[in-house]
Design a protein around this ligand. Structure first.
Ligand SMILES: C[C@H](N)C(=O)N[C@H](CCC(=O)O)C(=O)O
Ligand code: MG
Length: 363
């Protein structure tokens, strides 16, 4: 099964509601899609999210990286030779992790199709079903409380609350949400780099004193401020999870060895796909550091690949794969079933897609 053609297109999926974090506001998913065709007639797809404020990747840079740098390096290679394909993707261009992720996802799908096994089974086959949280965008406390009640009505047992715009208001946000949903729902916070280290410590200690019972806090301070991240980790009891501070396996080693965070968030758009995500899992296993699997604003296409990885690894204990749950519609036919919080992996080969709608390829 040899790679014959790689085409780059676009997928558009409207969101149920504008997605707001301390870093950005997004109204609709507009991601790059890659289509890989083999000499045997097999077809696979991958997706890349242009999260410029986190990865530096834009739709233009993703398209260019795939067409001009990555694709020419792997056309003609056999899917049986995963090691060579992955090395070439990695070395074709530095950074550009979202572009690499899209191609890596399509190649792993073909790998599963080649052996006619669902990808999660080839990667470890740990479980067939995983449970995701749902993200609540940062807004006025009353609106966030209403959104949280809606999420609980949809069956979500864990909510990921976006904070980090204003620490005083963040306290009010969490109080309003706790008052609205009670204490049987797990709350995890994501500040998306929005606080200063001392500010984070003061705020999180107050939340501890109030008994808000926060499961974990994601990326409280700037991605580059590892000393600040460690300061927060050392000075609060709530577990701290590194997100924007960890892209590569090398980043994970550094964070873990310096005990700068308690947990690590793996996202395919940061690692450059499954190949490097597996290396982070191995590092985390060695040190016994549990991981979250997360996503950017991605449709079911690339989130399905992350779900397969999550279902294959014991060290991934926290699931933030809510991209499809935030979308108004699902253009992906086949693959894992996303029933809001419940994700059931497919039994057919690879990622199991039958059809991808809302795609456009310019010739
Ligand atoms: C969508 C997911 N639950 C999430 O919150 N991801 C963000 C980044 C999303 C983005 O800006 O596209 C995160 O974990 O920081
Ligand atoms: Mg995050």
């Amino acid at each position: 099964m040899k790679i014959k053609e790689i085409k780059v297109g676009k997928i558009t999926v409207p969101l149920k509601k504008s997605f707001k974090t301390a870093l950005r506001t997004v109204h609709s998913i507009e991601d790059i899609v890659v289509k890989v065709v083999t000499d045997t007639g097999h077809v696979a797809y991958g997706e890349a999210a242009p999260t410029a404020v986190i990865t530096g990747d834009t739709n233009g840079s993703i398209r260019c990286a795939i067409e001009d740098y990555i694709a020419p390096q792997i056309i003609g290679l056999d899917i049986e030779n995963m090691e060579e394909i992955m090395t070439r993707i990695d070395k074709s261009i530095i950074k550009n992790t979202s572009a690499k992720a899209a191609v890596d996802i399509a190649i792993y799908d073909l790998f599963g199709q080649l052996y006619n096994a669902p990808l999660y089974k080839l990667l470890g086959g740990y479980k067939k079903e995983i449970i995701s949280d749902l993200t609540i965008s940062v807004n006025e406390p009353s609106e966030m409380a209403e959104d949280s009640i809606d999420a609980v009505k949809r069956g979500y047992k864990t909510l990921k609350i976006k904070v980090g715009l204003d620490s005083k208001m963040d306290m009010e946000r969490i109080k309003a949400i706790r008052d609205a949903v009670g204490y049987n729902i797990d709350l995890r916070l994501d500040a998306n780099q929005g606080w200063k280290p001392k500010e984070a410590v003061m705020l999180l200690r107050k939340m501890e004193d109030k008994g808000f019972n926060i499961e974990l806090v994601e990326q409280p301070v700037l991605a580059s401020d590892l000393d600040g991240l460690k300061f927060v980790t050392d000075n609060v009891n709530i577990p701290i999870l590194a997100d924007e501070s960890v892209f590569s396996p090398e980043d994970a080693v550094k964070i873990i060895q310096n005990r700068a965070a308690d947990l690590i968030n793996i996202k395919l758009m940061k690692t450059g796909g499954i190949h490097n995500a597996l290396k982070i899992c191995s590092v985390a296993e060695i040190y016994g550091v549990e991981c979250m699997i997360g996503c950017m604003l991605e449709s079911k296409l690339s989130v399905s690949a992350a779900a397969h990885l999550a279902a294959s690894k014991k060290i991934i204990t926290k699931i933030d794969l809510d991209g499809p749950g935030l979308c108004k519609e699902d253009p992906i036919i086949g693959g894992p079933e996303f029933n809001d919080y419940r994700i059931i992996l497919n039994d057919d080969g690879g990622l199991g897609f039958k059809e991808i709608r809302n795609l456009s390829f310019s010739s």
